[in-house]
Design a protein around this ligand. Sequence first.
Ligand code: SF4
Length: 323
Amino acid sequence: MAPLIEVKNLKKYFVVARTRLGAPKSWLKAVDDVSFTIDRGETLGLVGESGCGKTTVGRTICRLYEPTGGEVLFDGQPVFKLDRREMLAMRRKMQMIFQDPYASLNPRMTVGDIVGEPIDIHRLASSKAERDEMVHELLHTVGLSPEHAARFPHEFSGGQRQRIGVARALAVNPSFIICDEPISALDVSIQAQIINMLEELQEKRGLSYLFIAHDLSMVKHTSRRVAVMYLGKIVELAESVELYRNPLHPYTKALLSAIPIPDPDVERTRHRIILEGDVPSPIDPPAGCRFRGRCSYAMPVCAEQEPPMRDVGDGHHVACHLI
Ligand code: SF4
């Protein structure tokens, strides 16, 4: 069966300087030629350090940012070619959950209005009673109660606010949700509850997720496959189990070595890879391999040629001249 989402050579550049006549002079290449697919009912993890472009990928897929290049197919439909009216219909199928549940909820609106807003925009209820019924049902689905509909976001904890964000995303009954670091602003004790809820919803509703995170440990248990991003590019993509067992790219190895292991004996003896230097600027990324300034295996060819993405078998792809 064809994948639900196909992202092909996606690019998103932001203009950072213009000539006196207003023509673009330099660009910040936030996403530079990124390709992947997401199957129906699958979770794809997208991981990388802050500023690597992972959030921009999510926002460009659903056209919160207009793309610079490339293509996104949703169930075979080219998302970037849709007009305004068609895009509104598409937004019913793809939704987004944001990192900061407080900033993403309007503090002046009641929870009932926040969750009910998408129902109003898409005219999904024929009466106020039906709309209220739908809102109560959605609140129940995310573990809140109908009484919460009359309250405001500041009256809730971080975890509850993220549940409100999930209820709002579910209001239009989407088949794909972009989860942009949905648990990184929450207490560790609450993170597992939100992950379990997202997994239950996925099972019941057959949802597909793009799960964006800055840490490989956050996507280990949630994602069937994981893509690792560095400075606007995907450097490795593999099944989750394969990636954790057999990481090939030096950057993936470094990220994995930073995850603490809850066994003091193993933790004491294992080798941690410390990455030297800072992430280079995406305004003027280095030629060849973008990771070469921080890679202890860098060779002359790494400065001359950009490593192509290679399939090393069983769906494991990596972009490194060592492989
Ligand atoms: Fe390191 Fe070269 Fe591989 Fe880049 S291509 S990760 S610089 S070895």
